[in-house]
Ligand binder design. Structure first.
Ligand SMILES: [Fe+2]
Length: 296
């Protein structure tokens, strides 16, 4: 396995490994090396991985328990193209036709264009996301990543002291409301109840602190909401300055893996009439962030 930095601090390309064919004897070492690399860089790009859904599931499961997407979001079971352990980041219907511009699921999915950390709206959020580009678009559709460790390190010491023990509420309701998507049924709202996450977390492998921001944040506990949201907006502006951002331009068969504990990401715009087929598997953490912080 060869690691080549794509950015001095927070993105690297990994070659010399075939994710389609995990070799049992070498697997443990390979997984450990991948976790070391992602602990350092935050984002890993594996080019040329022409992978099937089953192979993506098998590789992802070696990194921890997979999340299921059923029961989150607004897609009904009969509208889902992929195995329930996949998040469908395409713009496709079950029959592989392109979603209409005003399709409700498409509009809902535009929340991915806001800076976020995957599954921060779940009581136990995600560690790694693995996104496979089966059919990328020619133009646009990049994914940007922002390093929340570097962003935390660059804060002034009085800001660090102020935020170290803060707890936020995260919900899909908040991120969608930011784009004016309020059209949720009572049943959908019931699946999106806010959860609590610490605002500063410590990575279990590297010991580094990071800002745990996300567009899913709608409150800071104990703060008046407008003041909280103005502050979260300030912190997000600080944390997503160009010096903390890596932009990934997708090539067919790239598999990109990132650590949601230390990186924010967002999708960029693309021509909505073009087919884009991207498939994400997501590894769940083992404990809520508040319990992690108390144990640290
Ligand atoms: Fe995402």
């Amino acid at each position: 396995m060869h690691v080549r930095p794509l950015h001095p601090v927070f993105a690297a390309e990994i070659t010399g490994i075939d994710l389609r064919q995990p070799q049992p004897a070498a697997t443990i070492d390979a997984i450990d090396a991948i976790e070391d690399a992602i602990g350092q860089y935050g984002v890993l790009v594996f080019p040329g991985q022409d992978i099937t859904d089953d192979q993506q599931l098998a590789f992802s499961r070696q990194l921890g328990p997979l999340e299921e997407t059923r029961g989150t979001g607004i897609s009904k079971p009969h509208e889902m193209r992929l195995h329930p352990a996949f998040a469908d980041i395409s713009n496709l219907n079950v029959d592989n036709t392109v979603l209409a511009r005003d399709n409700r699921r498409r509009l809902y999915s535009l929340g991915n264009m806001l800076w976020h950390s995957d599954s921060s709206f779940k009581p136990i959020p995600a560690t790694y996301s693995l996104l496979s580009a089966r059919i990328p678009v020619d133009k646009g559709g990049e994914t940007q990543f922002a390093d929340m460790r570097a962003a935390y390190d660059a804060l002034e010491s009085d800001t660090k002291a102020e935020i170290d023990d803060l707890v936020c509420e995260h919900s899909l309701i908040y991120s969608r409301a930011t784009l004016g998507f309020m059209d949720l049924t009572e049943e959908e709202r019931a699946t999106m109840r806010p959860v609590r996450q610490v605002l500063v977390r410590t990575h279990p492998r590297s010991g580094r602190k990071s800002l745990y921001l996300s567009s899913h944040i709608g409150k800071i506990l104990g703060w008046p909401t407008p003041e909280a949201m103005a502050f979260i907006r300030d912190l997000t502006e600080h944390a997503t300055q160009p010096e903390f951002v890596y932009t990934h331009r997708w090539r067919k068969h790239d598999l990109v893996m990132w650590d949601n504990r230390s990186m924010l990401h967002r999708a960029r715009r693309y021509d909505h009439t073009q087919v884009r087929d991207m498939r994400r598997t997501t590894v769940g953490d083992t404990r809520p962030t508040i319990a992690q912080a108390e144990a640290a």
